[in-house]
Design a protein around this ligand. Structure first.
Ligand SMILES: [Zn+2]
Length: 426
C-alpha cells in the first residue's frame, strides 16, 4: 500500500527523463585511458551539474588528476538527534544516512566494429538503450539521480539524509570508493544501495576475493644433470595438490551459499621460468616456479586463516630440501559480504519491489566484488546491490539496459529512502 506522499513522490519520476539522461551519460565515453585524454572527468561533471540542478549539496573531490568523485547530499529534516560527530566533510548531518552508490567509469568497448551500433551512440531500440556503460552502470547512476530529484521535489520531510556517491575507478583498483572512505564520508553512512546492474534483484551477499602469489626458488641446472641443481617444479606441484585438497575441505566445511554457490581456489597463472628469469629452454631446469591463485570466498570463510593455511602448505612443500625457498604474498583481499534478509534496508527495498510490480522480491548474490565490498569491509556498512540492467551483459559487446527495469529501479530507490529513513509529519 502506498501512502499519499509515496504516490506523489513516485509520480515525479519521469521515464522520458530516465531515457534522456541515460543516453546523455552513456554518450560520454568514460573509459580510463589517460593517454587518449579519456577518463571519468566529463561524466562526473555531467553528474555534478544534475546534482546542482536538483538542488543537492554537491561536492567534487579529486581522487587523482582527472579522476573525481561526485558526492551529493539531500539533507533530511531531522531537527533532533546528535549531529554526526565524525569528521564527515558535510558537517551537521543528523540522523541516519542512506547512500545510493555508483561508479562513473566504464570498461573498454573493445573493437567498435564488433558492435551493432557505435558503442557510445546510446541508441534506443525495443525498450532498450544500447551502449558501453549503459548497463554498467550509467543507468544505475541515473536512477539514483532521478530518485533524489523526486524525493526533493516531493517535499518529503525525511528523518535522515540521502547521499549520492558517484565515484571513479570501480573497474580498476577502486580508488574512488577507497578515497570516499578515507575522507570520512562513509562514517556518516548507515546503509547503502549499490546501484549495479542486478535486474532489480536484492543481492544481499557478494563473493570475496583473495589473490595469492606463491614462488618456489630452487637451483638452476642442466636438464641432463638435474642432481646438480634443485627442481622448483615438483614442490610447486605438491603445493598445488595441497591447495586443491584445501579447496575441497573449504567446500565441505562451508557448503554452498544459496546465492553464491561454493567457494573456490583456482590457479590462474603458473610459470616456470618466470618472466625476467631468462628464456624457457627444453634443456634448462629453471630456478623458480610461480603461481597465482584466485581464491573466491563466500560468507563465513576467513581470508586470513586461509592465507595462513596456504603458507603452511608452501612451507611443507619446500621442507624436503634446505636449498628450496618458498614465499607467499597476499596481493589483495576483498572479504565476502552478507546483509541479513531482515535488515531494514532489505525489507524496504523488497516491499518497494512488491508494491511496484506485484511480485515478491528476488534475493540474490553477486559473484564478483563491487565498491560495496570496500564500504562493508572497511566500515561495516550493510549493503544491498540492486539496480537496473541484465546481470550477464556488463562488459559485453552490444551492452544494453532495459528502460522498464530503470523505471522500476528509480521508484524502488524513492520508496526505499522514504521507508528506510522515515518521514516527519509535515
Ligand atoms: Zn559496475
Amino acid at each position: 500500500m502506498l501512502t499519499e506522499l509515496e504516490q506523489r513522490a513516485l509520480a515525479l519520476i519521469d521515464d522520458a527523463e530516465l531515457v534522456a539522461w541515460t543516453q546523455a551519460l552513456t554518450r560520454i565515453n568514460s573509459v580510463w585511458r589517460p593517454e587518449l585524454g579519456l577518463g571519468e572527468a566529463e561524466a562526473a561533471s555531467w553528474v555534478e551539474a544534475r546534482c546542482r540542478d536538483i538542488g543537492l549539496e554537491t561536492f567534487v573531490e579529486t581522487v587523482q588528476p582527472g579522476r573525481p568523485n561526485v558526492i551529493a547530499v539531500l539533507r533530511g529534516a531531522a531537527t533532533c538527534g546528535d549531529e554526526h560527530p565524525l569528521p564527515v566533510p558535510a558537517p551537521g548531518l543528523r540522523g541516519a544516512t542512506l547512500m545510493l552508490e555508483g561508479h562513473t567509469d566504464v570498461v573498454t568497448a573493445g573493437d567498435p566494429a564488433a558492435w551493432t551500433d557505435p558503442p557510445f551512440s546510446a541508441t534506443l531500440r525495443d525498450g532498450k538503450i544500447f551502449g558501453r556503460g549503459a548497463n554498467d552502470m550509467k543507468a544505475g547512476v541515473v536512477c539514483a539521480l532521478a530518485a533524489l530529484k523526486a524525493l526533493r521535489a516531493s517535499g518529503a520531510r525525511l528523518r535522515g539524509n540521502v547521499l549520492l556517491g558517484a565515484v571513479c575507478d570501480e573497474e580498476g583498483d577502486m580508488i574512488g570508493i577507497k578515497h570516499f572512505v578515507a575522507r570520512g564520508w562513509a562514517d556518516a553512512v548507515s546503509a547503502a544501495i549499490v546501484c549495479e546492474p542486478e535486474e532489480n534483484h536484492l543481492c544481499i551477499e557478494q563473493k570475496g576475493v583473495m589473490w595469492l602469489h606463491a614462488t618456489i626458488e630452487g637451483v638452476m641446472a642442466h636438464g641432463a644433470m638435474p642432481l646438480t641443481g634443485v627442481n622448483s617444479a615438483y614442490p610447486m606441484a605438491r603445493f598445488l595438490q595441497g591447495m586443491q585438497a584445501l579447496e575441497e575441505r573449504e567446500i565441505a566445511r562451508h557448503g554452498r551459499s544459496p546465492y553464491l554457490g561454493q567457494p573456490s581456489i583456482t590457479p590462474t597463472i603458473l610459470r616456470s621460468p618466470r618472466p625476467g628469469d631468462g628464456e624457457a629452454q627444453k634443456n634448462v631446469m629453471p630456478a623458480r616456479t610461480e603461481v597465482v591463485l584466485d581464491v573466491r570466498l563466500i560468507p563465513g570463510q576467513d581470508p586470513d586463516a586461509l592465507a595462513a593455511q596456504a603458507n603452511d602448505l608452501l612451507r611443507a612443500a619446500v621442507a624436503v630440501d634446505p636449498r628450496l625457498k618458498g614465499t607467499l604474498e597476499v596481493i589483495e583481499v576483498r572479504a565476502p559480504t552478507r546483509t541479513d534478509r531482515a535488515h531494514p534496508l532489505v525489507m524496504a527495498l523488497g516491499g518497494a519491489f512488491t508494491d511496484l510490480t506485484g511480485q515478491p522480491p528476488i534475493h540474490g548474490g553477486v559473484p564478483g566484488s563491487t565498491d560495496g565490498t570496500i564500504l562493508n569491509a572497511r566500515k561495516g556498512i550493510p549493503i544491498v546491490t540492486c539496480g537496473p540492467g541484465d546481470i550477464h551483459i556488463p562488459h559485453h559487446v552490444d551492452e544494453w539496459v532495459s528502460v522498464a527495469e530503470m523505471s522500476v529501479a528509480a521508484r524502488m530507490y524513492v520508496l526505499a529512502a522514504l521507508r528506510f529513513l522515515g518521514v516527519e509529519a509535515a
